[in-house]
Ligand binder design. Structure first.
Ligand SMILES: N[C@@H](CCC(=O)N[C@@H](CS)C(=O)NCC(=O)O)C(=O)O
Length: 205
């Protein structure tokens, strides 16, 4: 079995990196220097025509999109390790939150970054769009806070890949300037998940 993980530190690849560490599966790391535009090289584009990380190549099959990778890792290695539910309603709930994270929360955050980030030329910023996006990110953090009411973990009674992926994203939302302390259940859950040794390993470049 061969797993080759193409990643960049402090990117969307972090949660996949964290999952690989948490699962304890053997894998090979290939660092992609985004600033040097390694992602535009033909050999990389042949594996991921989107030119983005993360990318996982499992026995020669390239898989892009972090939720697809997370789901594949969960199905393949996570069920046995009790980090991913078997097919059924709990699996459906896990999928609901994974997709919500990348599509709903992620979309609002992306809109906010596009309208505020110093990496985007100021003439492309729109103050009203930034305000709406900020409110949308906050609305999603509120939804998550309510979902965590009375629960230790998001879907099951124990830590799972869904906690890892969604809390990893939410930690990034915090790094982008949102004060997570305003959503106490989210804040406590993010801190509890990040205390796992696998998180420190994934944050090591
Ligand atoms: N929806 C994708 C997003 C991947 C993504 O945007 N990756 C960024 C890093 S955070 C990237 O590789 N950017 C390089 C580029 O666009 O040139 C996922 O979840 O895997």
């Amino acid at each position: 079995m061969s797993l080759v993980f193409h990643y960049a530190p402090m990117s969307s690849a972090v949660t996949v990196h964290w999952a690989l560490e948490e699962l304890g599966v053997p894998y090979e790391k290939v660092k992609i220097d985004l600033a040097a535009r390694d992602q535009d090289r033909p050999a990389f584009l042949a594996l991921n025509p989107n030119g983005k990380v993360p990318l996982l190549v499992h026995d020669g099959t390239p898989i892009f999109e972090s939720v697809a990778i997370m789901t594949h890792l969960g199905e393949t290695f996570g069920v046995q390790k009790r980090l991913f539910p078997e097919p059924g309603l709990k699996r459906a709930e896990v999928m609901k939150w994974l997709v919500w994270c990348n599509v709903s929360l992620g979309e609002a955050l992306s809109r906010w970054l596009h309208n505020t980030s110093p990496r985007i030329p100021a003439e492309r910023h729109n103050a009203k769009a930034a305000e709406v996006a900020k409110a949308d990110v906050e609305k999603h953090l509120g939804i998550l806070d309510s979902a965590l009411e009375g629960r230790s973990w998001l879907v099951t009674d124990s830590f799972g890949l869904v906690d890892l992926h969604v809390s990893g994203w939410v930690a990034y939302v915090g790094m982008c300037g949102f004060d997570l302390a305003r959503w106490p259940k989210v804040d406590a859950w993010v801190k509890k998940a990040a205390a796992r040794p696998s998180y420190a390993a994934a944050m090591t470049p």
